[in-house]
Design a binder for this molecule. Structure first.
Ligand code: FEO
Length: 394
């Protein structure tokens, strides 16, 4: 990939990972990018690196702009290895004694990932570093989404290097939001739903702080996906909405099934919800990746979860999803459990317990039907959907 000059003397020297389809359990149907930025000033800075296996590709990109050995310092905004894995290779090439700027927690984390002998320069929140004509300001963003996370702001150019925030797992021919338009928003939403939702309250505080500080942005450059330069207000507005966990008149009916009975129930519940004017979607966990389901959960007011009972337990794919959703802590939701069973039928109670633990407003009792739903059972499912719709409207 050729480096792209995103502003005068500032280059994206990152790489595209076209073929990745599973990013630690997050489905990346269209790959991802690892963005890294070279700021060529009197002092030359490299902001972030890439995954270890792409380090040579990044160095080759840099070499098209300058001899990599001319890099004077490296900034690590975040230790997760999709951005730091290339550090050993880069420092080996440019000189192990080159300063490595990171947050205080970053120094600790990097030492635990790599080698303690690097020339660490831990920075304080708000600390500035002059590159000559330009100044880097380091902004601590602890727990967004790692304890070491920080942003780097280039104040003369008003460019924010935002690490994972505002990112999208997307690899395409486009480099900027104006080249892809609204098609990027589902990717940004998925990223927030699966990576940042747990930290929604912190994200909201950060957005408020940025407004208070009066920071202006000509560009926001995340470490994944396209860079924001036209729709900056749009992504900031979306982050505000997602961080406040605003929901729509939307219900998800998430399920797995063994002999199609729970599936029939799910579809009848969806029909009841739809009849009551709710935008309702069935989502089969055997056919839909958990990260795609979670993306839909982000703005759904009601989350219904259905499972057959298998060996006195919830079906494994449903347990997997419940564990995943619980960790991401969606708030302000209505929840309900349903499922077909053969003889013992514990799944509905077990799901209800989990939804309760997530502090969902539970529709009780959940709906259990034995074996195959007959017309009366399907009518009960439609009623159940209407009952959830009524709770949503209340
Ligand atoms: Fe893209 Fe948290 O790493």
């Amino acid at each position: 990939m050729r480096p792209i000059e995103i502003a005068d003397g500032i280059y994206d020297v990152g790489v595209k990972d076209w073929n990745i389809r599973d990013f630690h359990g997050y489905s990346t149907h269209q790959g991802t990018t690892y963005n890294a930025f070279l700021v060529v000033d009197e002092t030359i800075a490299l902001i972030d690196t890439v995954k270890k296996e792409f380090a040579d590709q990044m160095l080759a990109n840099i070499a098209q702009v300058i001899d990599p050995r001319k890099i004077d310092l490296v900034v690590s905004n975040h230790t997760e290895m999709d951005h730091s894995g290339g550090l050993p290779r880069v420092l080996h090439r440019i000189g192990e004694d080159k300063p490595l700027y990171c947050s205080q927690m970053g120094a600790k984390n990097l030492k635990q990932h790599f080698f303690p002998s690097w020339n660490y320069h831990p920075v304080a929140n708000g600390e500035e570093l002059s590159l000559g004509r330009r100044t880097l300001t380091f902004l601590e963003t602890r727990m967004l989404h790692w304890p070491d996370s920080m942003f780097t702001y280039l104040k003369e150019d008003k460019i924010l290097f935002s690490s994972d925030a505002f990112g999208q797992h997307y690899a395409g021919p486009e480099k900027f939001d104006d080249e892809i338009g609204d098609r990027i928003m589902p990717h940004a939403k998925k990223y927030f739903a699966n990576i940042l939702l747990l930290y929604a309250a912190k994200t909201l505080k950060l957005l408020e702080k940025v407004t208070e500080m009066g920071l202006e942005f000509n560009m926001i450059c995340p470490d994944h996906g396209v860079l924001w330069r036209r729709d900056i207000a749009k992504i900031l507005e979306a982050y505000g909405r997602w961080s406040r966990q605003e929901t729509k008149n939307k219900a998800l009916v998430i399920y797995d099934t063994m002999w199609h009975s729970t599936q029939q129930m799910a579809e009848a519940i969806v029909a009841g919800l739809a009849e009551a004017g709710v935008y309702a979607l069935p989502m089969d966990l055997r056919r839909t990746d958990r990260s795609d389901v979670m993306t839909e959960v982000l703005d759904a007011r009601a989350v219904l979860v259905g499972s057959p009972t298998l060996n006195n337990q919830v079906f494994p794919t449903v347990s997997d999803f419940l564990t995943y959703m619980k960790g991401l802590k969606p708030k302000n939701r209505i929840g309900a459990a349903f499922g077909s069973y053969g003889w013992s039928g514990e799944a509905v109670r077990l799901i209800s317990d989990e939804l309760n633990a997530m502090k969902f407003d539970l529709i009780e009792p959940g709906l259990r039907l034995q074996y195959v739903p007959d017309p009366g059972g399907l009518a009960a499912c439609e009623d159940f959907g209407r009952k959830v719709a009524a709770a949503m409207a209340a």
